[in-house]
Write a protein that binds this ligand. Structure first.
Ligand code: DQA
Length: 137
């Protein structure tokens, strides 16, 4: 299976950024663990702080990969363009969030990704990504 994890803005700071909410693990450490645990999966990782680059990546992988795990971070709540991209591609997208966005500010309750996602997993910390991977197995 060919899967990709796509992370949006500020998720390059995982481990450093608000550890009480997002944990103290870096994403690189986590990825190594996942790759060891699921050696058969071809797992790629991409992160960008730029909305258009995230759209470019979705278009690039969205007709050939078996699954996309997308944490669009703050763009989840703002980006019509990312929502449209998820709708436009063929590869199923599972939307992921580290925190339980519904337990947080009102503006985090809206998602432009969810209506076109195969499913949504949120609130389980970095384990949310692992659960999303398992949904494609
Ligand atoms: C997040 C939740 C978003 O509301 C926030 O803007 C993020 C991270 C999460 O994974 O919990 O940057 O997507």
């Amino acid at each position: 299976k060919k899967l990709i994890i796509i992370n949006g803005p500020n998720l390059n700071l995982l481990g450093k950024r608000e550890p009480a909410i997002y944990g103290s693990h870096t994403f690189t450490e986590f990825l190594e663990e996942i790759k060891t645990k699921y050696p058969k999966i071809q797992l790629t990782y991409y992160q960008s702080n730029i909305e258009g680059e995230l759209i470019d990546k979705l278009q690039e992988v969205g007709f050939s990969y078996d699954g996309i795990i997308l944490n669009a971070a703050a763009y989840t709540h703002t980006s019509v363009g990312l929502g449209d991209a998820v709708k436009a591609i063929e590869t199923p997208v599972v939307e992921v969030h580290i925190s339980n966005t519904f337990a947080r500010e009102e503006f985090r309750h809206q998602s432009f990704i969810s209506p076109n996602a195969r499913g949504v997993i949120l609130g389980f910390g970095l384990q949310s990504y692992e659960l999303a991977i398992q949904s494609f197995l």
